[in-house]
Ligand binder design. Structure first.
Ligand code: MG
Ligand code: MG
Length: 632
C-alpha cells in the first residue's frame, strides 16, 4: 500500500515535515499550500529535497471556492487555478485537491457546476494536472461524497475525478453503499482520518479533533475495505488536523501516523471483507492496493510480571512485604534485581544506584518501569512491533537467561513479550526459586499518560497487543479532571486503565520518572487476592501505611447500598472501599505512594468487571491531602 501524509498533520517547517515523513517511512506527502507559502525554499528546492529523500509529492492542496459561481467570478477562479497549475509544474505535482465551494457558491444548479468542472478540466489538461474534487462536510451546496461523485461522473472529463476523505463522509453518517459504484480510477485521491465521537459543529470537529486511524471511534477498516473494492490503487494518505499533533515532536507524530496506516492495512489484508456483514461482500482486489499483512498477534493472555525501578528499596520492599509478597531472590547475574511473589502476582524490583551501572535509567524515584505481557507467540509479537515502528528496549542479557524482547511504549515504559504457557515461567529460576501457595495475581496496572501522547498510546496498545479501548470516563480530582481510558483484552485477563493527568507535562517522558507525568499522577499495580480482610489484617499487623479513607465516604456508602452495619464497620476498620453492580462486588484498599507508585489490593466477588470507579475520586482526594502534608 502506498502511504502518504499531508504536511498539515505535522509540526515544524516544510523541510522538517518532509524529512520526518521520509524518515518514518512514508512513500509520499501532500503539500499543504500554507506550508509552502511560508517556506523560504523555492518550489524547485522542495521538489529536489523530496527527490533526495526518496518521497513523492502526491497532491497539492487545497484549492477552494471554484464552482457554482457567476461567469465573471468563474473566469477569475480559472485564472487563480492556472497560476496554481504553473506552481505545481515547478513542484512536479500532478494532482490538485479541489474542495467543494463553501464560501462563494451562489448557484445550486448541477448543470452549471458540471460545465464549470469540465472547463477546469480542459485548462488542467493543458498542464497535465488531475483534479480531485472533494465534498467538504460543510460545503455550501455539495457536502456529500456521492453528490460530488454524481457531478464528477456527469462532467465526464478525464482530468476530473473525486477525492474521498473519511472525515467528511463518516462525520455526516452518509450511507457508504455508493462508494463501490465509483470506478477506482475515478478516485483521484484518498484521505483518511479517524475522530472521537463528539457532539459539536463539524467544522471545529474537523479542524481540531481529527486523529490517526485506530485512535478514534470510527471503523476505518470497513471504510478502506470499501475503497479497496473499487480497485483504487493510489496513495492512502493521512489528513489529520489535530492541535496536539501540530505541537508535538515532528518525527514522533510521523511514526504514529505510519503505524496507524500499517495497522489499518494489515487489518484488511488479513480479513479481506471484514466489517461489511449483511451486504454483498465487496471483493478486495489484492493487487490494486497491494495490501501487506503483519505477523498476527492474539490478545495477551495475562500480565506475567510488572517491573518497578526504585532508589528507595527499603520503603518499597517493606510495603510489598506488608502486602503479603515474598522475597524470592536476586537475579543470578544481576544482583540489583530482585523477585517478589504473591501467588501469580510477580513483581521485579530493580534497584537503581550509581553502582548498578544502569546508564540510561534515571536514578531518582520509584516508578513503574515495564510490564511483561503473556502472548501466544512472542517472536511474531516482536516482529509485528518492529514493523509497527516501535523502538526495541536494549537489554543486557547473559547467554543462559531466557531471551526476553520488548519495546518502549509511548509513555516511556517498557513492554515485554513473554511466551505464554501454562506452567511457571522459566525465568523465575533465574532467581533461584519458584513456589508460592497464595492465590493471587496482578488484576490491573494503572498507567499515567501525558495528554499529548494519549492518542498514540491507544493506537500503540491496540495495534501491538490487540487490546481494546473501552469508553473513556472523566474522574474528578482536586487538581482537575482525570481522563480514564481502559485498554483491555476481551476476557479481562489484561486490564490497563490509562489515566491522562490534568497537570501540564513536558516531553520528558523518554526517561521515566524524570519530572514527567508520573510525578504528577502516580501509577499503581492492583493485586487480586482471595480474602481482602485477611490481606488487610496482615498488612495492618505489619504496619502498612494505608491510604486513609474519610468517615464521610463510609456514611455515603451506607446511604448508597443497603449494607449490614457490622460489615460496614469491618470495611471502615480495614480501610477497605466498596463498590457493587448487578454482576458482583468489589472490595479494595490502597497503600500510600512511594515515589510514583502505589499498590491496590482488591477482591472481586461474582463477576464484577469494573475498577471501583465511584471510589477513584476518594483516592485522588486522599492522595492530594497526603501530598499537601508532605510539601507543607
Ligand atoms: Mg480532505
Ligand atoms: Mg485500580
Amino acid at each position: 500500500m502506498r502511504t502518504s501524509i499531508a504536511t498539515v498533520c505535522l509540526s515544524g517547517t516544510l523541510e522538517e515535515k518532509l524529512r520526518a515523513a521520509a524518515r518514518a517511512g512514508f512513500n509520499g506527502v501532500e503539500i499543504f499550500e500554507q506550508d509552502l507559502v511560508v517556506s523560504p525554499d523555492s518550489p524547485e528546492t522542495i521538489a529536489e529535497l523530496a527527490r533526495e529523500l526518496g518521497i513523492s509529492l502526491d497532491l497539492y492542496q487545497p484549492f477552494r471556492d471554484l464552482e457554482g459561481v457567476e461567469e465573471a467570478q468563474f473566469e477569475k477562479n480559472l485564472k487563480r487555478a492556472e497560476s496554481k497549475f504553473q506552481l505545481m509544474a515547478r513542484l512536479g505535482i500532478d494532482t490538485m485537491l479541489l474542495c467543494s465551494n463553501v464560501g462563494t457558491a451562489t448557484i445550486a444548479d448541477d448543470g452549471v457546476v458540471v460545465e464549470q468542472l469540465r472547463r477546469l478540466g480542459d485548462l488542467a489538461d493543458r498542464y497535465r494536472v488531475n483534479i480531485a474534487y472533494e465534498a467538504l462536510a460543510w460545503g455550501r451546496f455539495v457536502s456529500e461524497y456521492d453528490y460530488a461523485w454524481d457531478l464528477v461522473k456527469a462532467a465526464d472529463h478525464p482530468r476530473i475525478g473525486t477525492c474521498l476523505d473519511s472525515f467528511h463522509i463518516l462525520s455526516r453518517n452518509t450511507d457508504l453503499a455508493r462508494i463501490t459504484e465509483i470506478p477506482g480510477d475515478k478516485i483521484f485521491f484518498l484521505q483518511l482520518a479517524d475522530a472521537p465521537a463528539l457532539t459539536m459543529d463539524v467544522l471545529s470537529w474537523s479542524r481540531h479533533h481529527r486523529v490517526f486511524p485506530g485512535e478514534g471511534a470510527w471503523d476505518l477498516s470497513d471504510f478502506l475495505t470499501r475503497i479497496a473494492a473499487t480497485g483504487y490503487s493510489g496513495p492512502v494518505s493521512l489528513e489529520v488536523f489535530n492541535d496536539s499533533f501540530r505541537q508535538g515532536d515532528t518525527n514522533r507524530t510521523a511514526v504514529d501516523g505510519l503505524r496507524s496506516l500499517r495497522w489499518l492495512e494489515a487489518s484488511i489484508a488479513d480479513a479481506p471483507a471484514a466489517g461489511t456483514a449483511g451486504e454483498a461482500q465487496p471483493e478486495v482486489p489484492s493487487s490494486a492496493l497491494d495490501l501487506q499483512p503483519l505477523p498476527e498477534v492474539e490478545e495477551p493472555r495475562g500480565i506475567n510480571y510488572v517491573e518497578l525501578s526504585t532508589n528507595d528499596l527499603g520503603a518499597l520492599t517493606r510495603q510489598m512485604h506488608q502486602l503479603g509478597f515474598q522475597f524470592i531472590g536476586y537475579h543470578r547475574s544481576k544482583p540489583h534485581v530482585q523477585l517478589w511473589l504473591r501467588g501469580k502476582a510477580r513483581i521485579i524490583v530493580s534497584e537503581v544506584t550509581e553502582e548498578a551501572g544502569t546508564t540510561s535509567a534515571p536514578v531518582n524515584g520509584t516508578f513503574l518501569r515495564g510490564i511483561g505481557f503473556e502472548v501466544t507467540d512472542s517472536q511474531s509479537a516482536m516482529e509485528r512491533a518492529a514493523l509497527l515502528l516501535a523502538e526495541e528496549v536494549p537489554r543486557d542479557q547473559t547467554h543462559n537467561d531466557e531471551v526476553l524482547r520488548g519495546v518502549f511504549a509511548p509513555d516511556g515504559s517498557e513492554v515485554f513479550f513473554h511466551q505464554f504457557n501454562q506452567t511457571t515461567p522459566a525465568w523465575i529460576k533465574e532467581f533461584g526459586h519458584d513456589h508460592d501457595e497464595q492465590v493471587s495475581h496482578i488484576d490491573h496496572v494503572n498507567l499515567a499518560q501525558p495528554s499529548n501522547h494519549y492518542d498514540e498510546a491507544v493506537l500503540f496498545y491496540t495495534s501491538l497487543l490487540a487490546l481494546h479501548a473501552q469508553s473513556s470516563q472523566d474522574v474528578p480530582s482536586p487538581s482537575g479532571l482525570v481522563r480514564s481510558q481502559v485498554m483491555s483484552s476481551t476476557d479481562g485477563s489484561v486490564r490497563m486503565p490509562l489515566n491522562v493527568s490534568p497537570q501540564p507535562n513536558a516531553e520528558a517522558v523518554a526517561g521515566r520518572g524524570i519530572g514527567s507525568v508520573v510525578e504528577a499522577y502516580p501509577e499503581h499495580v492492583a493485586v487480586a487476592c482471595e480474602d481482602i480482610f485477611e490481606a488487610a489484617a496482615t498488612a495492618l499487623s505489619r504496619g502498612l501505611d494505608f491510604l486513609p479513607v474519610p468517615q464521610n465516604y463510609y456514611e455515603d456508602l451506607a446511604s448508597r447500598f443497603d449494607l449490614d452495619p457490622e460489615f460496614l464497620q469491618q470495611l471502615q476498620e480495614n480501610h477497605v472501599l466498596y463498590d457493587r453492580d448487578e454482576h458482583g462486588e468489589f472490595l479494595h484498599f490502597y497503600t500510600s505512594t512511594i515515589g510514583s507508585v502505589f499498590f491496590e489490593m482488591i477482591e472481586r466477588r461474582g463477576d464484577y468487571l469494573g475498577f471501583g470507579a465511584p471510589d477513584a475520586p476518594v483516592r485522588l482526594a486522599a492522595q492530594h491531602r497526603k501530598n499537601a502534608q508532605h510539601s507543607a
